[in-house]
Design a protein around this ligand. Structure first.
Ligand code: SF4
Ligand code: SF4
Length: 222
């Protein structure tokens, strides 16, 4: 910062940043509609598009921005005690929201959560963001449908263009919002614990520029 310059910096994500992020997050995850993998066992609705399975958490600015594009999104209203407890997970700059349903989905109005699902940042043992990984909770079984997100069984189908652009998005977010960095550092440690207990390796997706850098591979597990 320049000497004598004391302007107050806003931590809040602005509407133009949201627009920029949504633009980065346009790449399809696979070359086909992955809903064919999960909707049959889920009453013909993609597993990740049912708020019973996953309630999207939006930045408040993102919610306001999407509401300027159309009426797809509404504030999510908790229906029971468990739902109300979920509200505690939203920070002051976030809001739980739900869309009107798959019938009304407009590709350009999908939230950041819709676009990044089911991958999130993987922070290695050193605390360095090196790759993307599956959200741990969506690798588990669902007691009603048997499967949550089955893409984990088709990981070779995930497009490198998706990984590269999403890595850049997360790099921005993790620098911009220290809370998000802490959340994913904790989540990655939990993945490592699971792998240690099960004698397995974490599933990670490197951006193309990290693939051949040895140090990016050396601290994934431990
Ligand atoms: S991301 Fe996973 S849960 Fe969502 S539609 Fe694709 S396969 Fe189904
Ligand atoms: S906006 Fe579209 S992609 Fe997102 S949850 Fe709703 S139906 Fe699914």
């Amino acid at each position: 910062m320049l000497k004598g310059r004391k302007e107050k910096l806003s931590k809040k994500i602005c509407a133009d940043e949201i627009s920029y992020y949504l633009d980065i997050l346009k790449e399809p995850i696979v070359d086909y509609d992955c809903a064919i993998l999960c909707k049959k066992s889920n009453k013909n609705i993609p597993y990740c598009c049912k708020s019973n399975n996953a309630v999207p958490l939006l930045y408040k600015t993102e919610y306001e921005y999407l509401r300027t594009l159309g009426d797809l999104w509404l504030e999510w209203i908790p229906k029971n005690k468990d739902d109300r407890e979920l509200l505690d997970y939203a920070r002051d700059d976030q809001i739980f929201a739900e869309c009107k349903g798959i019938k009304y989905c407009v590709r350009e109005q999908r939230s950041i959560t819709c676009r990044v699902f089911p991958l999130e940042p993987y922070i290695d043992l050193r605390g360095v963001f090196v790759a993307l990984t599956f959200m741990e909770s969506f690798l588990q079984e669902d007691k009603n449908t048997g499967t949550k997100c089955p893409l984990a069984l088709h990981k070779e189908d995930i497009r490198q263009e998706f990984i590269d652009t999403h890595f850049l998005f997360w790099q921005n977010i993790l620098l911009r919002l220290p809370d998000e960095y802490r959340i994913y550092k904790h989540a990655s440690a939990s993945i490592r614990k699971f792998n240690k207990n099960n004698n397995t390796e974490p599933i990670v997706f490197f951006p193309s520029w990290n693939k051949n850098i040895k140090s990016m591979h050396g601290y994934l597990n431990g």
